[in-house]
Write a protein that binds this ligand. Structure first.
Ligand SMILES: [Zn+2]
Length: 317
């Protein structure tokens, strides 16, 4: 396994690309324009009106406005980018540091409910290294957070690891756990394709409240009457916990830089993940910025990007 997530240099995509879909909460069509961006600019959402940029929102913890149903980031003037979690997860999962996402609507399209369409698009563009060194957030001591019976911790580590457990009373889900080092290859093959899920009774409540208007079997695993309602079934036997792990990659990316840490969460979700990020960043003694250890990485990163594409194509077949 290559460790190209420990790339020495920052990365961006090689060219512009357009992605179309619908917003899961608005139900409206959305077009995204993804573009390369300069070193040290991070993941930036640009909201446009009639082709003119009206707001710029950085995907970091200061910008988070709400994590109840999806992750919403915004600026001080009320502009928002909603449902950013799967796109941000794909960007971080593939080890992309700098990218601009331009959109007319305030909501990122849900696509198929997973990060795979974003991963496909980003890999089609290609990933290139930039001259600036990559900066990581190195966790220095254990941070623990709890919320409504869920708990999580971030511990010091030399790479980025996640260990996610879920435990649902519903026997269709039950108790599931996944633990892994998150490299771009493993992210694309083992996490990216896992879709979001919901119980029909909850979805019906959301619909009645005018939310989740775009939710359908095209973008959600629906559970009801003791069965999975999607005719195609599951993409992974434990797709539910893999989706939670994919979500966690995106939520932790809101720290603003890749983490050198081991993250463990039990029965958590967006809110708990975000709380872990906030608690970490608020404790000056708990983290520091470091540059990646200098190794023979340049050739690695190029080979790594190719491997991701190859593995991912194989996994889809
Ligand atoms: Zn999700």
């Amino acid at each position: 396994m290559t460790h190209n997530i420990m790339s020495v240099r920052q990365t961006t995509i090689k060219r512009d690309t357009v992605l179309k879909g619908i917003g899961v909460h608005s139900g409206s069509p959305v077009t995204l324009l993804l573009s390369p961006s300069d070193p040290d600019t991070g993941i930036t959402f640009v909201i446009t009106r009639k082709g003119v940029a009206v707001a710029e929102i950085k995907a970091n913890s200061d910008a988070v406005r709400n994590v109840t149903l999806c992750t919403i980031i915004g600026d001080e003037n009320g502009a928002i980018a909603a449902t950013v979690e799967h796109l941000v997860s794909a960007i971080r999962g593939l080890g992309i540091d700098n990218i601009t996402i331009e959109m007319e609507s305030g909501e990122v399209p849900i696509m198929d409910g997973s990060a795979a369409p974003f991963v496909d698009t980003l890999l089609e563009c290609g990933i290139r290294e930039q001259s600036a060194p990559r900066r990581y957030i190195k966790v220095l001591k254990t941070i623990r957070v709890e919320e409504d019976g869920a708990c999580a911790e971030l511990r010091p580590a030399d790479s980025f690891y996640i260990d996610v457990t879920i435990d649902f009373a519903d026997e269709l889900i039950g108790k599931q756990q996944i633990a892994m080092e998150v490299t771009p290859e493993r992210y694309a093959v083992e996490l990216a394709r896992a879709r979001t899920f919901g119980f029909m009774k909850d979805v019906e409540k959301l619909w009645a409240a005018g939310r989740a208007l775009g939710a359908s079997l095209e973008n959600t695993i629906a559970l009801g009457e003791g069965k999975i309602l999607n005719p195609e079934g599951l993409r992974y036997a434990d797709e539910f916990v893999r989706h939670k792990a994919m979500d966690a990659v995106g939520d932790l990316a809101l720290a603003g830089a890749p983490l050198l840490a081991s993250y463990r969460s039990i029965c958590g979700g967006h809110s708990l993940n975000y709380k872990a990020v906030q608690t970490l960043l608020a404790d000056q003694d708990a983290w520091t910025y470091v540059e990646a250890p200098r190794r023979r990485q340049y050739a690695h990163a190029e080979a790594g990007a190719g491997m991701v594409a190859a593995n991912f194509a194989a996994a889809k077949n």
